[in-house]
Design a protein around this ligand. Structure first.
Ligand SMILES: Nc1ncnc2c1ncn2[C@@H]1O[C@H](COP(=O)(O)OP(=O)(O)OP(=O)(O)O)[C@@H](O)[C@H]1O
Ligand SMILES: [Mg+2]
Length: 259
């Protein structure tokens, strides 16, 4: 299996880094549809790992496995050194508090104001000691994404770009150590996309998070990725830096990385 993977990565720079997420031989099928066949990847603390690959190939499934929303058929997934298949319900809950998930659709509750949407994960997370009051945390997270004035609005009153920002604010409110972004710039105009890219980079610098970013957006990949992994045929087909990826001769990669 391993020889299929075109590992064009220079791994030497990862020698001193601590792994945040370790994925080994991950397999996930839905009936006869084998989505992940033998997926292997290590994501180091502080790294921005960009996941690319064509629509329907399994990118969202992959990050849902990381957060325990989808149960793999086999393989190991360690997050902060803990094998997530061995965690009980409350341990998994605790782990999830340390991971933020920005959904592909912004997944806001339409019947709640922005304040309520942001406060909701805080009220649910009784296990994590919440220091400071919820209103302050909501306001800080809105300030982080430049939308403090939207606090009393309903999601239906926001543009697509604003919803993405609120989705990001919500996933960061508990100051997670890992943030999983599922297509944060898809469907946005180039200017708003650029703003979102800068926001992601700024927040990462501020909170020193490890990020996994699924995207088709070549600008986002170029600007944010320390490493890119290209998912194909259920495996990590290729991995490397942006510069390494654009130099590849692999025909599928070429289609993705042509500018
Ligand atoms: N709950 C489910 N039940 C059955 N099949 C599913 C389920 N969720 C996803 N799949 C299948 O798994 C495959 C991978 O889906 P996934 O959502 O991970 O794709 P993706 O790479 O994120 O695509 P996109 O770029 O369009 O978001 C698809 O074939 C999809 O039909
Ligand atoms: Mg997806």
């Amino acid at each position: 299996m391993e020889e299929e993977k075109k590992n064009i990565s220079n791994e030497t720079d990862s020698a001193n880094l601590k792994p945040a997420i370790e994925i080994e031989h991950l397999r996930k099928a839905f009936g006869s549809n084998i989505v992940l066949r033998d997926f292997n990847l290590t994501i180091y603390t502080g790294q921005n790992m960009v996941v690319m690959g064509k629509s329907g190939i399994g990118k969202t499934i992959l990050i849902k496995c990381i957060i325990g929303l989808v149960k793999p058929d086999s393989g190991t997934m360690r997050v902060f050194g803990k094998d997530i298949s061995r965690l009980n319900h409350s341990e998994l809950d605790e782990l999830r508090m340390r991971i933020g998930f920005v959904f592909q659709s912004s997944a806001l509750y339409d019947s709640m104001t922005i304040r309520e949407n942001l406060a909701f994960p805080l009220r649910r997370s009784r296990r994590k000691k919440i220091t400071g009051n919820i209103e302050d945390m909501v306001r800080e997270s809105l300030r982080n994404v430049g939308l403090e004035n939207a606090i009393d609005l309903m999601p239906s009153e926001l543009s697509g770009g604003m919803r993405k920002r609120i989705g990001i604010a919500r996933s960061l409110i508990l100051k997670p150590e890992i943030v999983l972004y599922d297509e944060p710039t898809t469907g946005l105009d180039p200017i708003t996309s650029e703003e979102i890219i800068h926001l992601i980079l700024e927040l990462q610098k501020k909170y020193k998070t490890t990020s996994v970013i699924i995207t088709h957006d070549i600008d986002l990949a170029r600007e944010a990725a320390n490493q890119i992994v290209f998912l194909k045929d259920g495996i990590a087909w290729a991995q490397g830096t942006y510069e390494e990826m654009i130099k590849t001769n692999d025909p599928d990669l070429k289609k993705f990385f042509k500018q």
